[in-house]
Design a protein. Structure first.
Length: 94
């Protein structure tokens, strides 16, 4: 969980997004799996690409050897965004 907080602190300087996270366990020990939900609020007129985007997928990276991401990232259904005739799948708002 500390690694996630460090990740959020690094991203938190971005004026485009507000982040919060919750974990399904209050405490975890080495080897435990913890499901973390990250909520991103995006300011008006900005967007994030879907993690499944062919153009520039949004990625989540951790900078610690003690925590790793397992399994596929899940996201709510993205919305189509017209970029000069090209349909991009993005997230806007919350």
């Amino acid at each position: 969980m500390l690694a996630l907080l460090a990740l959020l602190a690094q991203i938190g300087d971005d004026p485009v997004t507000l982040l919060s996270a919750t974990a399904d366990k209050a405490r975890a020990k080495a080897g435990d799996t913890v499901r973390v939900t990250v909520k991103v609020s995006i300011v008006e007129h900005k967007h994030l690409y879907s993690v499944k985007s062919n153009t520039a997928p949004t990625e989540i990276k951790l900078s610690t050897p003690n925590v790793q991401i397992e399994g596929a990232l899940e996201e709510p259904a993205p919305k189509p965004f017209d970029f000069f005739g090209e349909k991009l799948m993005v997230h806007e708002g919350e």
